[in-house]
Ligand binder design. Structure first.
Ligand code: GTP
Ligand code: MG
Length: 365
């Protein structure tokens, strides 16, 4: 690559994944607005040219985008994609690298896959030779958990993507952005920047990038519906899996509740025996030394039993409370998955569906 050429890097991914922050971190100064509350932040696509920090002869254009799943009502998928595609089309030299950011605190889920797939459909298969998946906000993870989660992400993501039918994305193109150890992130990216040729995305046939309505029609096309259906199935399978776990947990709470009841009953029985023995001892209703000893031994035994039963009841209560918390968490997960399916359905059920003719070779189906 010639040293005078500008390398174009676009940052995409979910809202809040840390795209603007990563751009600023790379630039070494605040060029893009970061969002520090629940509202999505970046609204338009904007870019800044910097000298690449570790190789000053290279100029890099950092292109920051609004995030997928933006929570402002007016920032629909259609508007978002339209802004991104229009910007990409305006680039003279095309794109070199697409950094798809995903937050390390959540999994690379069906949403991420869906959005990656939409990008692939809109920009063409070439995307997959130029896309890097970046695991962001790693320094937010608990220190002891980091190595395990990072390793899992690096090794499992390529197979997850492959199992969902994506072209293969090798491990080298999975990067970990760790603000505590930023050099580790920059080194592989610098290497890629030096070798990556640019590509001009072939915006899907029939799509007018400037027109959100045209994108909307694309999102409602039969091809896109197939993609959405695929993800709906993945989400449904996940939901069923969670429901099964929930059932097991419910059985466990039943078991624990039965155990609590049983030991409370046993406790009562022993309490009755104990009070009888206590009365006999108190009223000195024993005939000789031998009987007194026996009664005292029973008293001791009953007290021990009561202590033991109380411990069992206490443990069962703790397990029960823990299981109930897990059930609540599972219920929440199910609600989230239902929400995702609703979201997919909303895109599918928008009125006035006009199909786009299949004319190019960029659809995978
Ligand atoms: N600790 C830590 N926080 C981060 C990191 N990256 C981003 N954040 C925080 O995450 C929040 C969101 O970051 P942004 O950079 O605004 O996220 P974005 O992807 O640009 O979000 P949108 O513009 O809404 O699409 C901010 O509070 C950042 O400070 C990181 O690597 N580590
Ligand atoms: Mg942003």
């Amino acid at each position: 690559m010639e040293s005078t050429q500008t390398v174009n890097i676009i940052f995409v991914g979910r809202t809040g994944s840390g795209k603007s922050s990563l751009c600023n971190k790379i630039a070494g100064r605040t060029l893009f607005r970061e969002g520090h509350n629940l509202f999505s932040e970046t609204e338009g696509v904007s870019s800044e040219v910097i000298n690449w920090p570790s190789a000053l002869q290279i100029k890099v254009k950092l292109i920051d985008c609004p995030g997928f799943g933006d929570n402002r009502p007016e920032m629909t998928n259609e508007v978002l994609f339209s802004r991104i595609l229009t910007f990409i089309q305006s680039l003279k030299d095309g794109l070199n690298i697409v950094l798809f950011c995903t937050n390390s605190r959540s999994r690379f889920d069906a949403h991420d896959s869906l959005e990656l797939e939409m990008l692939g459909l809109l920009l063409g298969e070439q995307l997959y030779d130029h896309v890097y998946i970046v695991l962001t906000q790693v320094n937010n993870l608990v220190v002891e958990e980091r190595p395990r989660l990072i390793t899992r992400f690096m090794y499992q993501l390529p197979s997850i993507l492959e199992s969902q039918g994506f072209p293969s994305i090798p491990e080298e193109r999975i990067l970990v952005s760790d603000f505590d150890n930023f050099d580790k992130f920059m080194t592989p990216l610098t290497r890629e920047i030096q070798t990556q040729e640019s590509f001009v995305p072939e915006i899907a046939d029939g799509v007018d990038a400037k027109d959100p309505e045209s994108i909307a029609r694309f999102l409602q096309s039969p091809e896109m519906k197939k993609v959405m259906q695929k993800y709906e199935e993945i989400i449904e399978a996940k939901k069923n899996q969670i429901i099964k776990i929930e059932e097991t947990l419910l059985n466990k709470t039943k078991e624990m509740e039965e155990q609590i009841q049983e030991y409370q009953m046993r406790n009562q029985q022993v309490q009755v025996e104990l009070s009888k023995v206590n009365d006999l001892l108190k009223n000195q209703q024993y005939t000789n030394e031998q009987t007194k000893k026996e009664l005292e031994a029973s008293q001791q035994l009953y007290r021990q039993q009561i202590n033991e039963f109380n411990k069992i009841i206490e443990n069962a209560k703790i397990t029960d409370a823990h299981t109930k918390r897990l059930i609540k968490a599972k219920e929440k997960q199910i609600q989230e998955l239902i929400g995702k399916i609703d979201q997919i359905n909303r895109v599918q059920s928008q009125p006035e569906i006009r199909y786009i003719e299949r004319s190019g070779g960029c659809w995978p189906f």
